[in-house]
Design a protein around this ligand. Structure first.
Ligand code: F6R
Length: 619
């Protein structure tokens, strides 16, 4: 949700910043801007509505020299996406320029106060209020920029990650964060000269250095050209930065020959899951090892209840996790929308285990849910993909997905990574609690090990979906049906379709059809049914009959070799047989491919769908 990049060093800043913006474009892409201080000491700001490419076109005939700069790609919260509201924003005197990710909740009262002091504003944004406030503090307290930033931030309510330049000091960038992520990269250029990079995540940094500092809430950092970095908190207490080494490589951030990141990430799933289970699933000794629970076994064994908090796709994987963990461990599991949980005064006991599931580890609502659970003394466990993310750091322990960076806005490999990680967690707890008999435990371990190969088969077997996706571009609505473990898959299939093709789609438990949604069925309505030859197969077959007799178009996901449902279907995708609880890992693959190819056939921008951003760091 908005991307920030910054650079100070001896290199030209513009190419670093533009490349960084491209890498962060998945976080927001309605406008972009860049601020540079050139060698003559001019602070220039260039901004364009639309994608980063529009900014590049604008800058083609501008002075883009300078070895210090900040840049931003926006996902609008306050004020419509246009050039005026794009970041960076100047202060009144144009001595300062600031980029911001987050929301300043009291910006209206701050703005009114400053207007009373004679300041004028040109945008509708909370960000302009922030930069004006910093300058107001600088002037009224006759202090340096650092002190002014500190004073300003003490007056704001809300979340922020900011970077700020001062025309009068071209050797320094100041940045700060609270509730929105910011990472500082510490590098050396080819002449051994110190340089610093800033990023909302590590993707704009990894090309230059793998040494990073994750700025903590309420910390302010000053980076200067001679390689000095000072970090203090809002209370002016000096902090000792912890330097981390990034575990990511550049190839993971490229499309690798695929037309879109989404398709690349769909095809990456077998290998991503192999990495996810490596060292955790031991088929020889029939064991599951999750380092995140080793020191906390008692919390899990004695848990009265598990609550899983998540949003969007992660909420769907959490629902699958609930079914599995309850079945395997006999611990009651509740799944909560983090955005509801955090505001509804939930009952949380100190013997609850609260699990946050989040690809980015930065989703504001999920983070807030965890903070709430912690304040009630619950043990908090994070299942995140992004290493060092806010949720990973806010939780008591956790497990990383290790599926590699997910760049496509529509989540694919993170979903399957989350499902398999929750299965590992369920098995690890079941082992400690001895709630599964040995034979069943061994069988599940063996079956889980085979999932990546079965996934590969599923991908190869269903790659022809591109040939008939065109047929469905007429549809205004889709219905997705599934039962048991496949109900969340129906929800996920529907979400994938709507977010990238803009076709309205709903997922339902198949048996709920007759309680209302069946009224929607006619010969125009494509109905996707997940109908593996497992569990309550016969019941699902009856549900398909109900749709067919109302002339709905059946698109089914069936177990390889099943002819019954195939014959009832207009289109059919096969998946290999697996145990009920692991079907979602395979059944979701044709649904991901279907949504991808329908969106492509409709000419949609698959990796950057309208109105969406990858990481929702605002509530
Ligand atoms: C859908 C999608 C979103 C995210 C949701 C939570 O494809 O990506 O629904 O799942 O915004 O994000 P994380 O998992 O980063 O907390």
């Amino acid at each position: 949700m908005c991307g920030i990049v910054g650079y100070i060093g001896e290199q030209q800043a513009y190419p670093v910043l533009i490349k960084g913006l491209h890498r962060l474009e998945y976080r927001g892409y309605d406008s972009a801007g860049i601020a540079l201080i050139n060698p003559e000491g001019t602070l220039s700001v260039n901004k364009a509505k639309g994608k980063v490419a529009a900014l590049e076109a604008l800058c083609a005939d501008k002075d883009i020299t300078g070895t210090i700069g900040i840049a931003h790609t926006r996902w609008a919260t306050h004020g419509e996406p246009n050039t005026t509201n794009a970041h960076p924003h100047y202060s009144q005197s144009k001595n300062l320029a600031l980029v911001h990710n987050g929301i300043i909740e009291n910006y209206k009262s701050l703005r009114a106060e400053m207007e009373n002091h004679g300041l004028s504003f040109c945008s509708d944004t909370d960000t302009e209020v922030l930069v004006q406030l910093v300058e107001y503090m600088q002037v009224s307290h006759e202090c340096d920029l650092y002190t002014a930033v500190q004073l300003a931030l003490k007056n704001v309510v809300g979340a922020y990650a900011i970077a700020i330049l001062d025309r009068r000091n071209p050797d320094q960038i100041i940045c700060a964060r609270k509730g929105s992520p910011l990472i500082i990269g510490i590098g050396k250029d080819e002449n051994g000269k110190a340089e610093f990079f800033l990023g909302s995540d590590a993707t704009p940094i990894i090309e230059y250095t793998d040494k990073v500092v994750y700025l903590q809430d309420e910390e302010i950092a000053i980076m200067d050209r001679i390689g000095r970095m000072d970090i203090t908190n809002l209370a002016n207490v000096k902090q000792t930065p912890q330097i981390h080494t990034l575990q990511m490589n550049l190839d993971q951030l490229e499309k690798g020959g695929f037309p879109h990141f989404m398709l690349k990430e769909i095809w990456e799933q077998p290998n991503a899951l192999r990495t996810c289970i490596r060292g955790r699933l031991n088929v020889v000794e029939k064991d599951v090892l999750l380092s995140g629970i080793i020191d906390h076994k008692e919390r899990f064994i004695n848990a009265n209840r598990i609550i899983i908090c998540a949003c969007g796709t992660s909420w769907h994987s959490a629902l699958i996790g609930k079914y599995f963990i309850e079945e395997a461990t006999q611990i009651p599991v509740e799944v909560e929308y983090a955005s509801e949980f955090r505001y509804r005064n939930p009952v949380i006991h100190s013997d609850d285990v609260v699990i946050a599931v989040s690809q980015s580890g930065e989703t504001a609502d999920t983070l807030a849910a965890i903070q709430l659970a912690k304040s009630h003394g619950a043990f908090c466990y994070g299942i995140c993909n992004v290493i060092g993310s806010s949720i990973a750091r806010a939780t008591d322990s956790g497990t990383y997905l290790h599926v590699g960076p997910e760049i496509g806005v529509a989540s694919t490999k993170a979903f399957t990574g989350q499902v398999i990680t929750l299965a590992l967690l369920g098995l690890a707890i079941a082992k400690e609690k001895k709630t599964l008999d040995e034979q069943m435990f061994h069988m599940l371990v063996d079956e889980l090990q085979q999932i990546p190969d079965k996934m590969q088969w599923t991908l190869e077997h269903n790659k022809h979906i591109d040939q008939f996706a065109q047929i469905f571009t007429y549809a205004k609505n889709f219905i997705y049906l599934g039962r048991g473990y496949n109900y969340p898959v129906a929800l996920e299939g529907a979400l994938k379709l709507k977010e990238i093709s803009y076709i309205h789609a709903e997922g339902y438990p198949a048996a709920e059809m007759k309680h209302g949604p069946i009224a929607l069925i006619d010969e125009e309505m494509p109905v996707v049914v997940i109908a593996p030859k497992r569990g309550i197969y016969e019941k699902v077959v009856s549900n398909i009959q109900e749709v067919k007799s109302r002339k709905g178009k059946i698109i089914s996901v069936v177990t390889e070799g099943d002819t019954t449902v195939k014959e009832m279907s207009d289109y059919c995708f096969e998946i290999p047989d697996t145990r009920d609880c692991f079907v979602p890992l395979l059944a979701v693959i044709p649904l991901q491919l279907l949504s991808y190819y329908v969106a492509v056939a409709k000419g949609r921008n698959v990796d950057q769908p309208r109105n969406l951003a990858k990481s929702v760091t605002v509530e």
